[in-house]
Design a protein around this ligand. Sequence first.
Ligand code: GDP
Length: 296
Amino acid sequence: MAFEGLANRLQNVFGKLRSKGKLTEEDVGEALREVRLALLEADVNFKVVKDFIAKVKEQAIGQDVLKSFTPGMVVIDIVNKELTALMGGTQSKLARSNRPPTVIMMAGLQGAGKTTTSGKLAKMLMKQNHRPLLVACDIYRPAAIKQLEVLGEQLKVPVFSLGDKVSPVEIAKAGLQHAKDNGNDYVILDTAGRLHIDENLMEELKNVREATSPDEILLVVDAMTGQDAVNVAESFHQQLELSGVVLTKLDGDTRGGAALSVKAVTGCPIKFVASGEKMDALEPFYPDRMASRILG
Ligand code: GDP
């Protein structure tokens, strides 16, 4: 399971708390110190941890809580509520334009899972009776176009491509027109990634954005890279004004730092999480469910 390290530790702390009938202020303080350590070890951003613990403390160390019937449960409820809030509170849904097609621009560094996620998203939309079109705008990575075409064939989703000799902006514009002409109500632009964030990458993405006015700009980041993923999200958000983040490779992420920090650090919600290479391994992100999973 994703986040098992964090989940195990927190469940341990709260198990102890729950087993005590009465709680003193010291008991709660001790538990929160352990929560703090667990979050830091899970690679949650330092400032995020600090603010989080302060918020929980403010509510948990009061006579109302300590004198309640089941103080341990009350503290756990507070942590649950604050963890949910930390990850964005409510589910953040995919945009839908009232003048179709809805344009979704996918961005991210190479290897994060952008092309795979584009396919998964197309599959999810098809299941909801939409007619997505995948557009191959990554003209730099050898085999990226082919990879998308293979995915499209497998999923029975059309893929629009103009090869690798035409600029991504032209491909995106032509793809949009193709969708309009063919009744596709969603367009997913699979843009190029680089190994590192650089000006050329950002410039190109800005140009594609300008040319297509996307309804969604989704950044795909690898959850296993922890705070690096958060830093990448922050940089992309500053440059591109993202509408959401997709966290991939949650299946390999035992820590959970990215999931817990992205929203708080960038202000940008996590919209989807991916936990596997298969095409159905993509789910909408529900902060409350994730918090409950972590707390067991
Ligand atoms: P891109 O360069 O960002 O387009 O990345 P790709 O879509 O080509 O993905 C890079 C690698 O990550 C591929 O081997 C994918 O199968 C793998 N991958 C993508 N998403 C996930 C995921 O959620 N879990 C796991 N385990 N692997 C993934």
